[in-house]
Design a protein around this ligand. Structure first.
Ligand SMILES: *[C@@H]1O[C@H](CO)[C@@H](O)[C@H](O)[C@H]1NC(C)=O
Ligand SMILES: *[C@@H]1O[C@H](CO)[C@@H](O)[C@H](O)[C@H]1NC(C)=O
Ligand SMILES: *[C@@H]1O[C@H](CO)[C@@H](O)[C@H](O)[C@H]1NC(C)=O
Ligand SMILES: *[C@@H]1O[C@H](CO)[C@@H](O)[C@H](O)[C@H]1NC(C)=O
Ligand SMILES: *[C@@H]1O[C@H](CO)[C@@H](O)[C@H](O)[C@H]1NC(C)=O
Length: 350
């Protein structure tokens, strides 16, 4: 009996030693999942580099990891009370089979636990037609992912990214109301929207105010307890005269290139027009000439347009706001850049 106890004690000690050394934070309590819920979310996608150190952590509530895992970021986010969640992306045809689906979810939960993370952001940006096996599998995937994460990691968060318009945009004909109900919240990707006059090939805002709130209202009229998160993209560029697309159906590939806000800010004052404001679309723009003398037009969100949309988010009582992505602002020591970056973060929570 005495011998048995000794053996057991040894195993326990080894177990404890393994657990402790696996937590990379200076304070092991920082490896605990975040438990509390917030009234309002500020969801930040982290995509590259070390800029996360300079995010406005007084606002950030969730960081979505779309970059290699960095244990330092996990410890830091937890020290600020922010959740740190995985990206979840899988071809829908690979989760039609219930066994394969469970295995995929189990793998993600295991990874989240190993990395002391707080949930998953499902980013399945795939065409799915109604009433196909994939359509039902997607709803089941969300149901089972939420159920498994909540059970295995208490306090964890499961979210799902949806296109800016729920009406089969980009042939993403998902069961939005079911997905909204079965996840913690939807992340509405209110960007890459078609230009206001989609039959004409003219550049327009990335997320024109009127169109954004009109379709956001569609998503928000889904049955309760739908909660939505409004997403603003930091910068996007549409070249005048570039007309390689048809706007029916919409496709995100068609809207030009993503340009960092940092780059836009470095360009706007020396551009042909300087900053212009379009009062119909409620967005900023400017024209510039490239080295070959070709004129381009840049539409972008800045603190003025973001404040309008963020105010609307608040008025509608949505769950919060977020951006793709957090690493496009200028986090350098330059005083002008610091002011601009601060103003962008401030605009999120009017
Ligand atoms: C979600 O999964 C549970 C089992 O875990 C099941 O009882 C329920 O019907 C599912 N809901 C939907 C909408 O599929
Ligand atoms: C979509 O989900 C809702 C809510 O869970 C459900 O009532 C409805 O039947 C689903 N629609 C289809 C086409 O399966
Ligand atoms: C805004 O959207 C509404 C509803 O779609 C439309 O009736 C109205 O004309 C639009 N306003 C502008 C300025 O585009
Ligand atoms: C959206 O819904 C809000 C609240 O119900 C309403 O006040 C507003 O007019 C709607 N906006 C549009 C563009 O439909
Ligand atoms: C660009 O001009 C604005 C308005 O005059 C000014 O506030 C800003 O500091 C300028 N930006 C740079 C990078 O000089």
């Amino acid at each position: 009996m005495g011998e048995m106890s000794a053996v057991c004690l040894m195993i326990l000690m080894i177990g404890a030693a393994v657990c402790l050394s696996a937590c990379p934070c200076s304070d092991p309590a920082l490896c605990d999942p975040i438990q509390h819920s917030r009234d309002s979310e500020v969801f930040v996608f982290h995509v590259q580099g070390n800029n996360w150190k300079h995010y406005d952590w007084s606002k950030v509530t969730t960081v979505g990891l779309f970059a290699p895992y960095d244990p330092e970021l996990m410890c830091f986010a937890h020290s600020k009370g922010a959740r740190f969640v995985l990206e979840g992306d899988v071809p829908v045809k690979e989760v039609v089979d219930p066994k394969q689906r469970s295995a995929w979810i189990a793998g993600k939960v295991k990874l989240a636990k190993t990395q002391y993370m707080d949930g998953i952001n499902l980013d399945i940006e795939e065409s799915v037609l109604p009433h196909t096996p994939e359509y039902y599998a997607l709803t089941d995937l969300v149901n089972e992912t939420t159920e498994t994460f909540h059970r295995e990691i208490p306090g964890s968060q499961v979210t799902f990214d949806v296109a800016y318009n729920p009406n089969c945009v980009a042939m993403r004909c998902y069961n939005y109301s079911a997905i909204a109900e079965l996840s913690d919240f939807l992340f509405v990707m209110s960007y890459d929207e078609p230009p206001p006059m989609w039959n004409k090939c003219i550049a327009g805002a990335n997320a024109a105010f009127n169109q954004t709130i009109t379709v956001l209202n569609l998503t928000c009229t889904l049955p309760k307890p739908t909660v939505n998160l409004k997403l603003l993209e930091v910068g996007n560029q549409c070249e005048l005269g570039k007309c390689l697309f048809q706007w029916a159906p919409y496709s995100d590939a068609a809207v030009g290139n993503q340009v960092a806000y940092m780059k836009i800010m470095n360009q706007v004052n020396s551009s042909l027009t300087g900053r212009l404001w379009d009062d119909v679309q409620k967005a900023a723009l400017f024209n510039y000439k490239d080295t070959e003398g070709k004129i381009h037009q840049v539409w972008y969100d800045d603190p003025e347009s973001i404040t309008l949309k963020a105010t609307y988010v608040k008025k509608l009582g949505l769950r919060g706001i977020g951006m793709w992505h957090g690493d496009l602002l200028d986090y350098s020591d330059d005083p002008v850049a610091q002011e601009q970056t601060k103003a962008m973060w401030k605009a999120l929570t009017p």
